[in-house]
Design a protein around this ligand. Sequence first.
Ligand code: CA
Ligand code: CA
Length: 223
Amino acid sequence: MKTAKRALAILLAAILMASCFCFTSFAAVKTPKSMSIVTLPTKKYYYKDTDWGYGYWDFPESGTPSFKAKNNLISLKYNGGMHHKYEDRGMIDLRGLVVKVTYTDGSSENLSYYETVRNTTVIPNIYASPSKEYFVGENTIEIYFDSAPSVYTTFKINILGYKLGDVNNDGSINSSDALLILSDVVDIKKLNSNQKIYADLNGDSKYSSADALAILRISVGIK
Ligand SMILES: [Ca+2]
Ligand SMILES: [Ca+2]
């Protein structure tokens, strides 16, 4: 009888422990339901050669990752976070990002982006990928948790293109670029924030008809 009671006590204790364990496990794992941006990443602009280049990152089975040149394929060069899905296209610098996460149990919290370094691998708590391949101009970026990739939100980054004076980012400096500046100056159509940066050809920290004239001089071969 004593043995039976003892066995029963052990059984009850085992069941209790198992149920506690299950409850603890269940309570510890929260499932994200939605995500929204509280603070955007600090880095807003990506500059050619400094932040991106024509090519892709090659990650060999062994050895050091290297950047391989390839025309018409833009890769970002930020190497702070290991990216699983689009590693051949480079990575986005998410430092400074804060997101609000709402869970299926109704609770929510603000999470800041961080990176954990394990050996030589950098593991982020929030992942990012372009909605399609990167291109010069405005790009939509999706951010998500590795554990719940179907829950995501988006923001935009600016990948700045060719050279000063190429206001429309089409690869050449010509009268089309000058016309864009002049259209802004006379309030027909305002330049966007990317275009304003490339419009200041003479480097006086503003764009004006003087820059348009300088562009026209270049386009007709007068320096
Ligand atoms: Ca142009
Ligand atoms: Ca200027």
